[in-house]
Design a protein around this ligand. Sequence first.
Ligand SMILES: NC(=O)c1ccc[n+]([C@@H]2O[C@H](COP(=O)([O-])OP(=O)(O)OC[C@H]3O[C@@H](n4cnc5c(N)ncnc54)[C@H](OP(=O)(O)O)[C@@H]3O)[C@@H](O)[C@H]2O)c1
Length: 303
Amino acid sequence: MDLAIVGLGRMGGNMARRLHQAGHRVIAYNRSREKTEEIVAEGLEGGFTPEEVVGMLPVPRIVWLMVPAGDATEATLGEFAELLAPGDTIVDGGNADFHDSKRRHEVLKAQGIRFVDAGISGGVWGLKNGYGTMVGGDPEAVGPLEPIFRSLAPEGGYVHCGPAGSGHYAKMVHNGIEYGLMQAYAEGFEILHASQYPLDLEAIAKAWNHGTVIRSWLLELAGLAFEQYGEGLDELRGWVADSGEGRWTVQEAIDLDVPAPVITLSLLTRFRSRQPESYGAKVLAALRQQFGGHAVRTEEAPE
Ligand SMILES: NC(=O)c1ccc[n+]([C@@H]2O[C@H](COP(=O)([O-])OP(=O)(O)OC[C@H]3O[C@@H](n4cnc5c(N)ncnc54)[C@H](OP(=O)(O)O)[C@@H]3O)[C@@H](O)[C@H]2O)c1
């Protein structure tokens, strides 16, 4: 099939390559031209303005956005929607808030443009391993695009979840689960690291992936990380970002009265990781000192 991939970052660039390798005709486009030039040098077609990209596509056109959620997606979608015509389709493959996707579906529908939300998982390994592909949208919009989804996904890794927004909803919860799984591994390895035994964490991570109940791809990545950085992870700071989906999962759990303590605490642990010093812990220390005369530590006398 013919489609444009808009946004050639860590995800979009490799997705364009994977679709090209699968025999699709991909028109690559990126806000700054260097990434387009790079991928054109590899043999893909590229456009350097939205007008040029739209002009290179046969009708009905398919434009796949792969840019950061929020303002970048809103602006890029608006820019392309103005150039498209009834019957064309915009796919948003970024990690958008599903509320935004439902709204965009309605706005574009009024213009006769189809909107499909696609939750994509697989990170930088997707080019080789394929991308988990969770799609939301009207059947008449999703159906014609299935050859693309099946080329992106590994065998069995594509699902049409339901109506507009449901692909990004599934991806939101997927990422919430990811937060909880990663936190459990992080805590387990910290206990091993602190233990009385001289444990080889790289060897344990790798061995655990053979036959154990907790084997997983994340555990494979833990083994690779210990291999790359050494068991002490000395080069890294314990600072962990979050990009929205964990928050949205927790908010959705609250809205639905669903108890989700693991995902919630794993999100809050990321907040704590970004504080050089915990103000709340200072308040606790001060209160213990006030009521019980318990010792506090100050910068001048840290120990
Ligand atoms: N990385 C992952 O593991 C992962 C996994 C699943 C889904 N996602 C989602 O996939 C999307 C892309 O992620 P990524 O990791 O590929 O990001 P990235 O490597 O940071 O690349 C972002 C791309 O979007 C473009 N862009 C940024 N701001 C823009 C704007 N205001 N207008 C137009 N283009 C803009 C950038 O162009 P320039 O080159 O000009 O800056 C770049 O090509 C995001 O929604 C992300 O949440 C990421």
